[in-house]
Write a protein that binds this ligand. Sequence first.
Ligand code: ADP
Ligand code: MG
Length: 424
Amino acid sequence: MSFENIGLSESILRAVEKQGYDKPSPIQEKVIPLILAGKDVLASAQTGTGKTAGFTLPMLQILSEAQQSGKKPVRALVLTPTRELAAQVHESVESYSEFLDISSTVIFGGVKQMKQVARIKKGIDILIATPGRLLDLVDQGLLFLDKVEFLVLDEADRMLDMGFARDINKVLALLPSKRQNLLFSATFSSEIKTLAKKFMHYPTLVEAEPENSTVDKIIQTAYRVDTNDKLPVLINMINDGNWKQVLVFTRTKHRANKIADKLNRANISASAIHGNKSQGARTKALEDFKNSTIRILVATDIAARGLDIPLLPHVINFELPNIPEDYVHRIGRTGRAGASGEAISLVAHDEVDYVASIEKLLGEEFERKIIEGYEPQLKDARPTPQGNGGANRQKSRPKSSPPSKSRAETQLNWKKKKKFLGKK
Ligand code: ADP
Ligand code: MG
């Protein structure tokens, strides 16, 4: 199928062509005709499969077809879990609607609301928002949602993970009952289905074939290293491979900051992206990473979810996620669009349980590797003794590998290791 015969207008096709898209992706091929036919659609496809255009293109088609007179109310509402996603979706909507008389804007927390409100007052067709700020503006009487014809929940699974269920319900109560509903998600959990039942009208279920080939193309390796060795190992890997664009995942915001700091001190340009950073800082970090001003983006799971970072050759799990599904989302950042990628996990003794749950979810076992010079000293899954963990660790080092090992020696070992790293 081509974009030309899927039912989109000339103006939209022009914008699509400008983006350089040859043909619809599998999920787009399925959902675009359904949405154009006015159906409620519940769609799931993995990250990076083009879900945004999947709902935006037909939505633009319908909105631009229907006659409008006078001041434009909010006709379409797109809810996303994070500010970055809202900004990203807005950017896509803007480019796809370039040749249409359709206006859109984005609102989210963390920036001053005056400008956002002024923009809405001028009248808007499409509003992209995070649930929090949206409800804020509604509560202040600055925004009305009683003219919404289209509701899109994007990354719905993440919104539920982030505890937005109540906010979503509040928003639903503000909308007119006659409207078209779209729900897009990376996964189809039972929670998603329950949510869908609540507000969708006989939704058509669409699932893009899980592209196993994509996951197959990702080389996944788990290195068993001690927590204290993770940073030198990471720095060595980056330097050794001369990696230019690496996404590093941590479990906590604090650790994300710390790693970014330490990488910068090792002359590897890095920024952290997480929920405690100001909106400006998050946008800048993402931009810098995309245009290669910085080499490393250190992210927490929530901050990274759904972000469109194309062609990423390396994803590093500095810490394993405690939610196994997050691992799948993380490694989905590499090997996108048919390119091959590498996902590396650094596994400390207290993370082997996480590996087990991930393996269970994937239905396959990781190959555990050890790095010479960084052999783990702590036994798997045995809790570190409180208070003197470090001391014990030093004592337990074998004589052949004294803790006072010089930097030169470490590097030597690392060089030896190089061959090993290169091999699958
Ligand atoms: P998802 O929401 O499924 O994670 P996105 O909507 O963010 O994916 O799209 C991922 C990337 O794919 C974006 O860079 C987008 O421009 C690109 N893309 C979308 N549709 C197509 C297409 N039909 N052909 C080529 N690239 C596309
Ligand atoms: Mg998306």
